[in-house]
Ligand binder design. Structure first.
Ligand SMILES: Cc1cc2nc3c(=O)[nH]c(=O)nc-3n(C[C@H](O)[C@H](O)[C@H](O)COP(=O)(O)OP(=O)(O)OC[C@H]3O[C@@H](n4cnc5c(N)ncnc54)[C@H](O)[C@@H]3O)c2cc1C
Ligand code: FES
Length: 337
């Protein structure tokens, strides 16, 4: 499936929780492209006083059989806050996509266990609804973690869905819960074993804040889940945080040479190519900044380490094509820009 650039018209807006809102869209012209449940788009928006449009990736929380697209966004920072403040019914917004391999079509399985926390529910919600539309009797476990009942996104819809589908079992793990709530605190191995006794026979789909994902993936490995049965999507950078890796010693950096201009840029061990370029004032396309969309691809020479190869073909890998947002240097390198 190829991704595309299109203009969306907002036809609905709904507050889901105190800091999460969903927007519904149709194509401003023509029809919406096909999408797989769990894929995302990048939304482009102009923020007053900023020279360039800003873009961020958002999962479509709608299911492929819905007549419109929906995104569900938590108000956490610059772009999400701007969208919460400004994006209204009738507005148009540019989107690229859909893209992403985190979906039950690319990674099919008979009995999924969908684990999410916070706004990480969005791909799970799309996959859950998509899968139940395709297989109404599917055996699915849906376990979502949130701080309190007020923070649970799609709470009523989830209950209604579980009432309509006997094969769906769901549980909410709440840090602050009413006295009668059965699952209190954070997800534990014993909760997992109780909620999915056949855990090792399932494929697990995981999405949420980085600490949650790290804790749960370790827990699943300790419980014996084979790595091939765990599929995860991060809403942030994949394996390294741009610019955040410690420098071992003063002067411990490599040189990144831009082959077209001859310009040399310092790159630190563990720093992504994208972060090094941006620090040096070199702008390249980077829509999702998380190794998902492929918009930051460029060709390198020299020794590099890739944290994501999403959208890259074996031939491109052979030619040194990398995703600048998800690639670090292991020595001096060249870049075709
Ligand atoms: C593939 C993909 C799909 C995504 N889907 C969604 C989605 O469906 N809904 C959604 O709300 N966001 C989603 N995101 C995150 C989104 O792209 C932005 O990163 C997020 O909105 C923050 O951007 P900002 O400009 O508001 O924050 P910035 O000003 O860039 O600040 C970022 C800060 O917010 C934190 N942060 C980022 N995302 C979240 C989050 N969801 N919850 C809590 N803290 C966060 C980061 O750790 C960082 O501290 C997705 C990201 C990716 C890569
Ligand atoms: S910006 Fe999307 S893969 Fe790098």
């Amino acid at each position: 499936m190829t991704s595309t650039s299109l203009s969306l018209r907002c036809i609905g807006r709904r507050a889901d929780t105190h800091d999460v809102t969903s927007w519904q869209f149709v194509a401003a012209e023509g029809t919406l492209p096909a999408v797989l449940a769990g894929q995302c788009v990048t939304l482009h928006t102009e923020i007053d006083g900023q020279p360039q449009p800003q873009c961020r990736a958002y999962t479509l929380s709608s299911s492929p059989h819905d007549p419109c697209w929906q995104v569900t966004i938590k108000d956490v920072g610059r772009v999400s806050h701007h969208l919460h403040q400004s994006l209204q019914v009738g507005d148009q917004i540019r989107a690229d996509g859909p893209f992403g391999d985190f979906n039950l079509t690319a990674l099919p399985c008979e009995r999924p266990l969908l684990l999410s926390a916070g706004s990480g529910i969005t791909p799970m919600w799309a996959m859950l609804r998509g899968e139940l539309a395709r297989r109404p009797d599917a055996d699915i476990r849906f376990v979502h973690s949130a701080r309190s009942p007020a923070d649970v996104i799609f709470a009523d819809e989830l209950t209604a869905l579980a009432e309509a589908h006997a094969g769906l079992r769901h549980a909410l793990i709440l840090e602050e819960a009413p006295a009668a709530h059965p699952w209190v605190g954070r997800l534990t191995p014993s909760m997992l074993k109780e909620l999915a006794p056949d855990l090792l026979d399932r494929h697990v789909y995981l999405c949420g804040p980085a600490p949650y994902m790290a804790a749960v993936s370790t827990m699943l490995a300790d419980l014996g889940l084979p790595a091939a049965q765990l599929h995860q999507e991060s809403f942030g950078l994949p394996a390294v945080t741009s610019g955040a890796a410690p420098v071992a010693a003063v002067g411990d950096h490599f040189w990144l040479t831009l082959t077209k201009s001859g310009k040399k840029v310092k790159i630190l061990p563990g720093q992504t190519l994208l972060a090094a370029l941006e620090e040096a004032g070199v702008r390249i396309n980077a829509a999702c900044r998380a190794g998902v969309c492929g918009s930051c691809r460029c060709t390198t020479t020299g020794e590099i380490e890739r944290q994501s190869v999403a959208t890259l073909t074996p031939a491109e890998l052979e030619q040194g094509v990398v995703l600048a947002c998800s690639c670090t240097a292991r020595g001096d390198i060249g870049l075709d820009c």
